[in-house]
Write a protein that binds this ligand. Sequence first.
Ligand SMILES: Cc1cc2nc3c(=O)[nH]c(=O)nc-3n(C[C@H](O)[C@H](O)[C@H](O)COP(=O)(O)OP(=O)(O)OC[C@H]3O[C@@H](n4cnc5c(N)ncnc54)[C@H](O)[C@@H]3O)c2cc1C
Length: 313
Amino acid sequence: MYQESRCFGIGILCFNRYLSLVEHYDIIIVGAGLAGLTAALDLTLKKHSVLVIEKDTFPRHKVCGEYVSNEVHDYLDHLGVGLEEVRPISINTLLLSTGKGKSVKTKLPLGGFGISRYTFDNLLYQKAVSLGANFLFQKVASISFQNNGFKVFTNINRAFTSKFVIGAFGKRSNIDKSLDRAFIKRKSHWLGIKSHYVYDDFPDDLVALHTFKGGYGGLSKTESGALNFCYLATYKSFQKYKSVQEFNENVISQNPHLRTFLKDAKPIFEEPLSIAQISFHKKGSRREPYSDVWRFGGIDTSALWEWYGDGYT
Ligand SMILES: Cc1cc2nc3c(=O)[nH]c(=O)nc-3n(C[C@H](O)[C@H](O)[C@H](O)COP(=O)(O)OP(=O)(O)OC[C@H]3O[C@@H](n4cnc5c(N)ncnc54)[C@H](O)[C@@H]3O)c2cc1C
């Protein structure tokens, strides 16, 4: 009898302790890329309590073209994000070339700016923190919907509850797998490679898109003066070579513009960054298993599973 009540007592104690460890927020945002960070800023400005859970820390480089359309300025102003302090490079000219090097050049009516994800994401993160958004750097392992609210568990078993969850975890995540989403089973045939270079011969105001057999790549300067080279290539064209360097020498250098660039430019990163499985397909549909969550939340969405944007804008 004593044993039983003691166990029961310990059980209550553990349960109370568990409850005291579970933090509650109005909104939990999973993923702190551009979508998650701007959502965090917007919602914090609207006085909601926000927790952003992100698996990587800031600042960090990301595979990205790092050319941003000027379309974003109004929204950044609305969020109170000033770009002046990080001095992005203004870009107003586009050059396009074929694999053999034939090219056209044109002025961009709207134009854009060059800024690294290292700086841009970190700027948004710092701003969100200064406004009072909460950040946790852990990987989210699961999200479930129970009793009119969400429960979010991280990979080291920290638990959080919220009324709303915004899934801003990018194009392909472990969460998509845990939700058994149909798209995750489709293999994608594209990979992305990116590196920064010192290359003073490249004009500041230019973004260049060069094609090559099995892919294309963009060149444009970033706020640090470094030239970003980011390209997409198919596995089929890439797999014949042992390394990025071999691929660059044998395939990318077939384009004369890229040959000159690769010959004269000095890489800044020790190794290029790469990502696999880049897909251009739409992620989901309402027929998928997680779609029942939408019904619980009503038309104004209790979860935005896909908010990964169409480019930065
Ligand atoms: C090769 C390439 C080049 C591009 N170039 C350009 C360009 O030049 N200009 C442009 O406008 N757009 C460009 N884009 C598109 C742009 O990168 C995306 O539109 C943008 O990054 C989408 O933002 P996001 O926040 O949805 O996703 P992401 O930026 O991918 O952020 C998702 C975040 O979620 C985190 N995450 C994922 N799973 C979990 C988890 N389980 N727990 C916690 N965190 C998690 C990830 O760590 C990541 O930080 C490019 C895309 C690619 C692939």
